[in-house]
Design a binder for this molecule. Structure first.
Ligand code: SAH
Length: 217
């Protein structure tokens, strides 16, 4: 039997703190959220490996260190309202939910949306709402958001996300001209029409598919 609590602590020490993540909220969330509950049953023993893992529908749960880097760049605080695009397993939504007031998470695949909803409810995450739909148009009903985080890479920052971001809000997303290679960027909205972009690293995410993303063929 694997001691998941110990494995999780090691993950935080080596992969997260060891790579320079300092945000106390992020470190604490990574210590508390059981990643083994978000990976397929047959891969549980690899839950704390330093890598992404396959989930249903040919998608992937992101590498823990990348999730931590994105959450730190999103500068999350306890009163924030967050939009998470690409729920997938629900892991990134759970990490954000462990820090902020509420997370709205959008997933286009009904199988993944259902299973993430089930996992999050079972673990008691009552401050995450999973919505089925195309996240490239954002989620206007609950805007504005203090942070918008994407677990899939698109060709550009969707227009709706810029509009649905609060002043002072942060978008963290992979952007790239190729479907599987992106630059991870942070976009801060300083004013109505004033956005500042910062490069965080080169990454490889699954494609963001939708109206303002890649097309589905
Ligand atoms: N954050 C997730 C990562 C899942 S992979 C996790 O922690 O597990 C990215 C997910 O984005 C996939 O489930 C994929 O179906 C979803 N996706 C891709 N394009 C999307 C879109 N336009 N709207 C919503 N979800 C999308």
């Amino acid at each position: 039997m694997i001691d998941f609590t110990e494995a999780r602590e090691w993950m935080v020490v080596r992969q997260i703190a060891g790579r320079g993540i300092r945000d106390a909220n992020v470190l604490s969330a990574m210590r508390r959220v059981p990643r083994e509950e978000f990976v397929p049953a047959q891969l549980r023993e690899y839950a704390y490996d330093d890598s992404a893992l396959p989930i249903a529908s040919q998608q992937a749960i992101s590498q823990p260190a990348v999730v931590a880097q994105m959450m730190e760049a999103a500068e999350l605080g306890p009163h924030d309202r967050v939009l998470d695009i690409g729920t997938g397993s629900g892991y990134a939504a759970a990490i954000a939910a462990a820090i902020v007031a509420h997370v709205h998470s959008v997933e286009r695949d009904p199988v993944l949306a259902d299973s993430a909803r089930e996992t999050l409810a079972r673990l008691g995450f009552s401050n995450v709402t999973v919505h089925l739909g195309d996240g490239t148009v954002g989620l206007d009903a609950y805007a504005p958001y203090d942070a918008i985080i994407a677990g899939a890479g698109g060709p550009r920052v969707p227009r709706a996300w810029r509009m649905q971001l609060s002043i002072g809000g942060r978008i963290v997303m992979p952007v790239g001209r190729e479907q599987h290679h992106q630059r991870l960027i942070q976009l801060v909205r300083h004013g109505e029409h004033d956005y500042h972009e910062r490069w965080l690293g080169d990454v490889s995410f699954v494609p963001l598919i939708g109206e303002d993303g890649w097309s589905d063929y």
